[in-house]
Design a binder for this molecule. Structure first.
Ligand SMILES: [Zn+2]
Length: 153
């Protein structure tokens, strides 16, 4: 429904239902995916730190790598959302040494060491609903089958 067609009462109820929505709805070009995930997961905007708005072209690769290093050195339980550049699946990526690197994998490698031989990929913890979250605390090495089982937990 277009917002202009809502009655004031419908508008009030919609806003009331949007926990944490007030701040983000004030901005234009809001990230509706983020808001939807926050609402579905019963999270508030305070639970996330958002980096970038798909605006990676404004920065040099070097600047983006510096931002990445800063983010990866953080110790926090908040979701660290990399929005500068994502692949079509919605995962955080960045060119490093001429290769497109998946940042969830890089975050785990930096903090926990290389992927063990019996694991396949960097998987998000079932409690983290964000594909582009690069907080190593929300990631772990998993096999493909462990990762697909998580979806049903
Ligand atoms: Zn997370």
């Amino acid at each position: 429904m277009r917002h202009g067609r809502e009655t004031p009462e419908q508008y009030r109820l919609r806003r009331q239902n949007q926990r944490g929505g007030r701040k983000i709805f004030q901005k234009k070009n809001v990230q509706y995916d983020l808001i939807a995930t926050l609402l579905e997961s019963n999270l508030s905007i305070e639970d996330v730190l958002v980096y970038g708005r798909g605006d990676w072209k404004k920065f040099s690769i070097f600047e983006l790598q510096q931002k990445l290093n800063e983010i990866l050195s953080l110790e926090t339980d908040r979701h660290l959302l990399w929005n500068y550049l994502k692949n079509t699946g919605g995962y955080a990526i960045l060119p490093i040494d001429g290769k497109l690197v998946t940042l969830s994998r890089l975050a785990l490698e930096r903090r926990m060491g290389k992927c063990p031989p019996d694991k396949d990929l960097a998987a998000h913890d079932p409690t983290c609903p964000f594909k582009n979250c690069i907080n190593y605390r929300h990631l772990r090495w998993a096999t493909y089958s462990e990762n697909s089982l998580d979806r049903f937990i």
